[in-house]
Design a protein around this ligand. Structure first.
Ligand code: SF4
Length: 940
């Protein structure tokens, strides 16, 4: 068998290596602001002109950062391109009017004070974000819990991993991830559950891909209703029916017992509750699991054998497990199997919650969730209440948990919360039940939003907006999925009037009269206080312990190397793994098995809503696209929202590839009458990897860039009872075919007003391109070109061609402004989409020759621009180019890389390259047999 060769062993060959974290004049070291992998980023900086401004010249992965060892995915590698000042919020505003900071701060403070005086502290709330740095989070939590005196502060991390947190707490007595990234390279078996790591944690996925390539004996199993790119490296894919994870892992527990694969010594010495958990799993035979999960029994058996036989196993899970009304149980069902087989607390083992956001864990460390105090202490523990209050010397401390995200907005909607401050997040797009969120914010007496961007769907609802610094300006720490604290460093100065979030919060706190607790001059002072609280009366009773950092100087803080907590006098270099000694943080010091009965999702399908809707992320976008949506380099891969549907489901509903459909659910219908932005209309993409009866939509689009692609409108308030995490992976929807007389593309050098887009089209999505923007549209408007001509008087010369085609009328138009091409329109019932690069090349020119004009009117692109859909964002390689190369003999990803360079930089596209090779070498295609068309079962 080949050896496991973790990346760290190659770098660690130089024993004297020290992490080079001190910025120089031209190089700064910081951390990526996107996903929970927490990659280190080297930023090369340059001065523009003599004594001019500092700007970012280039970004690279930090070669000795233990999360990424020099790698960055496509999102990280485009940080320079998305970091411009366009679209930034640069000044505080009250009711849309610019004001100075004094006025804004006083206004926010006095409104909060007034509402607290009239209605009590429970009438105000903060909704914060995993995008904040730990220092920002710390002071926000301190203000709300220690000074205002309520626990009504919750974070968008509630939507991401709160079920994983609840499960860790139930099992281990602490929100403590036991393992680390290196364990993924040391495992014999990696089980991905509800995770498309290839797209959502790309650098981590590539570390695993590399480990498997070096050691093919490593087995990989994917458990997911969808077969995604992650499955490209899997030995076995279990395409379970949505929501049946607990049944699968109950069955595994039963199997381990039946096959004598339990680690009885570990169970006896280190755990409690095994008998009850086993009793619950008894009924879950392989056959029953196969039936309930709707997968072949042989595959279930293979998975169970692999788990039982593998000495070292990691189960890595993300939102597919967590975003469920039984997410905590699902995570505990996984943990049960690790406890039962002793696969915990040693190399290559553990149940591993992969965090979505860059600082979800840092937020939890300082009490960013409504059910926690700072430093992982419990609100319902009087000793912890006293401890935190005495450390803070604060006037108040909450005695009961506050409102979790869904409940918080529910109380806003009911009018019980009268002031809410939303920081660095966009709940209008990310929270379920968009209609209710919109209605709640409309009704709310006082809405404050602090953000680094000027426009998004939530900012549009604010009474006061406060400009915050963004990545490259912020200064503080973040904690990634493996408990590793890294520095985000301030490289550029704050633009306009933007301030750091911790400064904004402290200024408001002081304006509210809380002078004592918020006098910090530098984030290192906040970090020291935070580290001190983790150490305060700890003595090994709490997992989170940063005692070795509680006295670090500002200089040491600036030089802080990436380090995993706990960081104590005994382990000043941090701690790679937890629970090696078999002691946990429960009262008995033993890990707890949880007895579990699988639960069905809360919203089930019906005749009216027969499809299960799943949602998730795409490769090149982050959250609600306010940053990654700014550059054509990241929108080129997938440029508009879509709904994936199985070809058989499509055929039985009379739907074809590219048809537009309306998606509706019981909850979206409720708000549709009063708010048209609740409508969800998208083109269909046929996907045979999709399970029958299940659909998938991406989560990123909003009213800021599309007429009708905000899918949060479809999701209900269903949450996990324990964690409060919303069920964003499962709701029931209907799909109706949408008829439009024409659809097409509108390219514009200048940004078009969204009101005009609403006038010309029922559906539209706006995409940035190099030379302006591209609007995909679908319409029943009789004459889009004339409508544009009326509304765009600065375009003075219009050229049109009009003729009949099989599908109906074709109308191609372009317009000149000051004799320069400004706008191009292709509208047709069945037109193929034109290559964006072709139009970009024309928009770059000041004048067009007759041949180019004629080509535009005939919609016949120059053959040089026939690349097709962008697959490799780094080297701009399109699908058609790749397919041509495959046909010419490039039958592997490596050969494609040699010929076209695709996949050779960030590697994010490698799973798609593999899929293209497979489908074009092995000729996989979609054939539909009428015999396969079965009616859908509802009630799932
Ligand atoms: Fe950033 Fe990509 Fe690394 Fe995640 S994997 S931290 S998005 S570079």
């Amino acid at each position: 068998m080949s050896a496991h060769i973790p990346l760290s062993s190659l770098v660690a060959a130089d024993k004297d290596r020290t992490f080079q974290c001190q910025p120089s004049a031209t190089l700064a070291k910081t951390t990526c602001p996107y996903c929970g992998v927490g990659c280190g980023v080297d930023v090369q900086i340059e001065q523009v002109g003599v004594g001019g401004q500092t700007q970012i010249k280039q970004v690279n992965g930090t070669s000795d950062h233990p999360a990424n060892f020099g790698r960055l995915c496509v999102k990280g590698s485009k940080l320079r391109e998305t970091n411009g000042l366009d679209g930034r919020l640069l000044s505080p505003k009250i009711q849309g009017q610019d004001v100075d900071w004094h006025k804004a701060t006083e206004h926010v403070a006095s409104k909060f004070k007034q509402i607290i005086a009239e209605h009590g502290p429970g009438a105000v709330a903060f909704y914060v974000s995993g995008q904040l740095l730990t220092e920002d989070y710390y002071v926000a939590n301190k203000l709300m819990k220690g000074y205002i005196g309520t626990a009504n502060i919750d974070t968008n991390s509630r939507l991401c991993m709160s079920s994983a947190v609840s499960a860790y707490k139930r099992a281990f007595g602490a929100d403590a991830v036991p393992c680390n990234y290196e364990d993924l390279e040391l495992a014999d078996l990696i089980v991905f559950i509800g995770s498309n790591a290839a797209w959502t944690h790309p650098v981590l996925f590539q570390r695993i891909e590399r480990a498997k390539k070096l050691n093919p004996a490593i087995k990989i199993v994917t458990v997911d209703p969808r077969q995604t790119g992650t499955g490209e490296i899997a030995d076995l894919h279990l395409g379970i029916k949505s929501g049946t994870d607990t049944a699968l892992f109950n069955g595994l527990l039963n199997y381990l017992q039946q096959e004598n694969k339990l680690d009885q010594d570990y169970i006896d010495a280190n755990t409690e509750g095994f008998a009850a958990a086993l009793a619950c799993s008894k009924e879950w035979s392989i056959d029953k699991v196969a039936q309930v999960c709707d997968i072949p029994a042989a595959d279930v058996a293979t998975f169970y054998q692999l788990f039982a036989q593998s000495e070292r196993t990691i189960s890595a899970y993300t939102m597919g497990v967590n975003q469920s009304s039984s997410g905590t149980d699902k995570a505990n069902s996984i943990i049960n199997c690790h406890l039962a087989s002793g696969k915990l607390g040693r190399e290559g083992c553990g149940p591993f919650s992969l965090t979505g956001q860059p600082n979800a864990m840092g937020g939890r460390e300082v009490g960013g969730l409504a059910n926690m105090l700072a430093a992982h202490m419990d609100i319902d523990n009087p000793q912890h209440q006293q401890l935190v209050q005495s450390y803070w010397q604060s006037p108040a401390i909450p005695k009961r948990i506050g409102l979790k995200a869904v409940d918080m907005f529910d109380e806003v909607h009911k009018g019980n919360i009268k002031a809410i401050w939303i920081m660095a997040t966009n709940p209008m797009v990310s929270m379920p039940n968009r209609g209710k969120i919109a209605s709640a914010l409309e009704k709310c007496e006082f809405v404050v939003v602090s953000d680094c961007v000027a426009k998004n769907d939530t900012l549009a609802m604010a009474d006061v907006v406060l400009p915050a610094t963004g990545w490259s300006e912020k200064n503080g720490t973040v904690t990634n999925s493996e408990r590793r604290i890294s520095r985000q460093r301030s490289i550029l100065s704050a633009p306009g009037l933007a301030k750091h979030d911790w400064q904004i919060i402290c200024d408001v706190a002081k304006a509210m009269g809380f002078e004592q607790g918020f006098n910090y001059a530098h984030p290192s002072e906040i970090f020291r206080e935070h580290a001190g609280l983790t150490a305060y009366q700890n003595a090994g009773s709490r997992a989170l312990d940063l005692s070795a950092l509680q006295n670090i100087s500002e200089k040491e803080y600036d030089r802080l190397k990436p380090i995993q907590w706990p960081i104590t006098q005994d382990n000043p270099e941090g701690t790679a793994r937890l629970f090696a000694g078999g002691e946990f943080f429960t009262a008995s010091k033993k890990a707890q098995f949880i007895a579990l009965q699988p639960k069905a999702p809360e919203v089930t399908t019906s005749e009216a809503f027969p499809f299960v809707l799943n949602s998730g992320r795409i490769r090149d976008q982050w959250h609600t696209m306010t940053r990654t949506g700014k550059t054509a380099e990241l929108t080129g891969h997938i440029d508009r929202a879509f709904v994936h549907m199985h070809p058989l489901d499509a055929k039985s509903n009379g739907i074809s590839e590219g048809d537009f459909v309306v998606l509706s659910s019981a909850i979206s219908a409720k708000y549709l009458e009063t708010n048209s932005t609740q409508k969800v209309v998208m083109p269909v993409k046929l996907q045979k990897q999709q399970r029958r009866g299940e659909l998938f939509v991406p989560i990123h689009w909003s009213a800021s860039n599309s007429s009708s692609s905000a899918v949060a409108a479809l999701y209900s308030d269903a949450t996990d009872d324990i964690s409060g995490q919303p069920e964003l992976k499962h709701t029931a929807v209907n799909v109706d075919l949408c008829h439009f007389s024409a659809h097409g593309q509108l390219f514009s050098r200048n940004k078009l007003n969204h009101n005009l887009l609403n006038q010309i089209a029922e559906y539209w999505t706006e995409v940035p391109i190099e030379q302006g923007s591209l609007i995909y549209f679908a319409t029943n408007h009789a004459d889009v070109a004339s409508e544009l001509q009326i509304n765009l008087p600065l375009c003075t010369e219009w050229f049109s061609s009009q003729h009949k085609s099989d599908g109906g009328e074709i109308r191609n138009t372009f317009a000149l402004r000051d004799s320069v091409i400004d706008l191009v329109l292709f509208a047709d019932a069945n037109a193929p989409m034109m290559d964006v690069n072709w139009i970009n090349s024309l928009l770059q020119q000041s004048t067009l020759d007759d041949q180019q004009k004629s080509a535009l009117l005939r919609a016949t692109p120059d053959p040089a621009f026939a690349q097709g859909r962008l697959v490799c964002s780094c080297f701009k390689v399109g699908e058609n180019t790749i397919v041509d190369a495959i046909k010419q003999g490039c039958d592997s990803v490596d050969k494609l890389g040699d010929k076209l360079k695709c996949g050779t930089n960030c590697g994010s596209c490698k799973t798609e390259l593999k899929q293209l090779v497979k489908s074009h070498i092995f000729g996989e295609n979609i054939t539909i047999l009428d015999a396969e068309l079965k009616p859908l079962q509802t009630g799932t």
